[in-house]
Design a protein around this ligand. Structure first.
Ligand SMILES: Nc1ncnc2c1ncn2[C@@H]1O[C@H](COP(=O)(O)OP(=O)(O)O)[C@@H](O)[C@H]1O
Ligand SMILES: [Mg+2]
Length: 291
């Protein structure tokens, strides 16, 4: 779009005075270093080996943003499992209890509280979507809510439909396409991204920028990494259990280049509810706590 500075000034003022200038992740190691979170038009990749907790991280970010219009693209999992995970994190209730209550009563207070508490969140779980389909979804969102979506959560990059000669070409094309998607729709995009199967790393060691499957990090404004020290296969069972609550979040790429927290910042993992939180996080008091 060719515009003179006067027009761009209007646009800048509109952005700076909007309700949502930045979309926080709810995690201080990131938000504090980015003036409060991601700006619309920015793309983040979150990398981790399968099973470390990428989907839980996305779930936590959705729950940390109840007032932000959000679409959760779950290309991997059916929407009902995402809702179950959201309820588990939002109300800190183990998914096992939620399922047991649902089975016994056909409803669950944890689910109901989550549905009521996250009114601006939609889940799109069609498995075979391309970027153009995702654009249509955002248009549908804006029609339904009368306001644009501001945060896109995507689980995960490699499942977005795309065509290319090699897997590397596909992923790089997708990453570039996703950055354009973020800019076109003026949304913050947080996209999960798989990691190469590395020798000697079972998900227990810090990742670095070369770990993303087939590259493509250059398209992202930010890259996070995740690992869990207790996935180290050489640890004793006892030690592994004692480290179960330890999950590390790394800030690997910032807008200005280098990583800020290459070894990661320790966070708390609740193995029953899947909730990832800051070490000093406290459950806000809720009117009812009987789930
Ligand atoms: N419904 C569930 N309730 C509690 N924990 C779960 C549930 N499903 C998976 N997990 C645990 O969550 C972890 C995997 O997290 P997940 O976010 O699915 O990883 P990723 O997306 O990186 O593959 C594993 O430790 C697994 O045992
Ligand atoms: Mg996952």
């Amino acid at each position: 779009m060719l515009r003179d500075l006067d027009e761009v000034r209007t646009e800048l003022a509109r952005w700076a005075t909007a309700d949502i200038v930045r979309v926080p992740t709810g995690f201080r190691f990131f938000d504090d270093r980015t003036q409060g979170g991601m700006a619309p038009g920015q793309l983040m990749f979150a990398l981790a080996r399968t099973g470390v907790g990428k989907t839980w991280l996305l779930t936590a970010i959705a729950c940390n943003n109840p007032k932000v219009p959000t679409v959760f693209f779950s290309l991997e999992m059916h929407g009902r499992y995402i809702l179950e995970r959201l309820a588990s994190v939002y109300t800190d209730t183990p998914t096992k209890s939620i399922e047991a209550t649902l089975r016994a009563k056909g409803k669950s207070h944890a689910i109901d509280q989550t549905v009521a508490g996250l009114p601006l969140l939609m889940i799109e779980d069609e498995p075979d979507l391309g970027l153009e389909d995702m654009s249509e979804v955002l248009e549908d969102y804006a029609k339904k809510y009368g306001q644009p979506c501001r945060l896109v959560l995507l689980d995960y990059l490699e499942l977005v439909r795309s065509f290319g000669a090699t897997q590397m070409a596909v992923v790089q094309e997708l990453a570039r396409g996703l950055k354009n998607f973020a800019r076109e729709h003026d949304v913050a995009v947080i996209c999960l991204h798989q990691v190469k199967r590395g020798e000697g790393n079972n998900g227990h060691k810090p990742l670095d920028m070369t770990d993303g499957k087939f590259g493509s990090e250059e398209s992202a404004d930010y890259v996070l990494g995740m690992y869990k020290p207790n996935l180290n296969p050489t640890l004793s069972q006892e030690l592994r259990e004692s480290l179960d609550n330890d999950i590390r979040l790394q800030f690997l790429k910032t807008r200005t280049g280098g990583g800020i927290h290459p070894d990661g910042v320790q966070h708390h993992w609740n193995g029953e509810t899947g909730r990832i939180s800051q070490l000093d996080w406290k459950q806000p008091s809720t009117p009812s706590s009987s789930f």
